[in-house]
Design a protein around this ligand. Sequence first.
Ligand code: MV4
Length: 444
Amino acid sequence: MFKKVLIANRGEIALRVIRTCKEMGIKTVAVYSTADKDSLPVRFADEAVCIGPPVSKQSYLSIPNIIAAAEITNADAIHPGYGFLSENEKFSKVCQEHGIKFIGALPEQIAAMGDKATAKATMIAAGVPCIPGSEGLLDSLEDAKKEAKKIKYPVIMKATAGGGGKGMRIVWKEEDLEAAWDSAKQEAGAAFGNDGLYMEKFIEEPRHIEIQIAGDQHGSACHLSERDCSIQRRHQKLVEETPSPFMTDELREKMGEAAIKAALAVKYEGVGTVEFLVDKHRNFYFMEMNTRIQVEHTITEEVINFDLIKEQIKLAWGDKISGKNYYPQMHAIQCRINAEDPDHDFRPSPGRITDYHSPGGHGVRVDSHAHAGYIIPPNYDSMISKLIVVAQTRDEAILKMKRALGEYIIEGIKTTIPFHLKLMDDKNFCEGNFTTKFMETFEY
Ligand code: MV4
């Protein structure tokens, strides 16, 4: 097994990875920016190396600084967490060239999935259901008009380098197509340095349901069931749960098989997620594949009783998967606790946590690097904690989440806890009656 893993990340996920490494008898190296020098990952890791100033580009996104830290400490593997360099083709490649195992996807897999039009073409070839649309990129406004006529309005144009909604435009009628084409191209070019667009039929009020998969270096893959991530705001997930209240045993089999096909099509090694849109008739369509561990991996862990970070490390080492699929035995919900003010359009609320008490008890898990006296730096993501509950049924999980949210004391900053408390009382949420449009009408 690896002797020493460097964690190229910060915050709760750095802590999460350190914990599993310790349990596996693997030494850990934390890297940190000067803003994080007193953070828990730095305290709990066996070694810690400063890699630069608070600004991410010069620290957590600096490939030379991180590789230097790995070489100095003699780490034999790097875990990138999520965000930052976790889906960076160049970083995966540079690790390879330095004889350091990247605990994540291979450069070719990152490239194949990072370009969305390429990913979609790969999935169509593999027989994974995709949303009807253009074959590859649109080469002109005229081409876009022709495609939209074929597909029929409403259509959606998406940036091939995108994800997360940037460079995406919904078009309801032909007279709006030109303006959408111009602005999407401009936005994608500025954001990604790639203004390639493709087109799809617009699916109205879909659910976002993703399938966790795992693949080994010996050509096998399995699925670990779904997560429902439909409760989002501006493409930021707020709450995730598994199983999805919309799922049926039959749909899970079909989506699971499709996700395995997707993984095998790119000879996927490690853990990954295949995202689908599911319409009201339970038709499902491939959306994208994430070649990293995700923020919401925790809920899957709770319902299948399985450490996904441990699995990731074992698969990177070359271990084989068991060959069976995994099905939820419990119901889990995660609320993302952000340092944001829900009363003021979820604006960031960095600063010092003056008092802190986290909930506990049966079926409650808190993944967080926060503590009393912790100063949330303004430079990074506003997520400071993940509150996860697991129970026998969905109704019990909601009750447990309300109980746990009620025990959570975080003073000195604003958080999204009051929002979550209100959500857990919402009739439509409690009935499992929600789509990706839920937050557009939810009255906080
Ligand atoms: C769509 C769609 C409807 N129809 N594609 C949003 C982010 C990007 N990954 C893809 N997205 C969407 N693609 C078609 N053909 C609706 C969305 C979408 C969405 C998807 C998942 C979760 C939240 C969303 C919020 C708005 C739009």
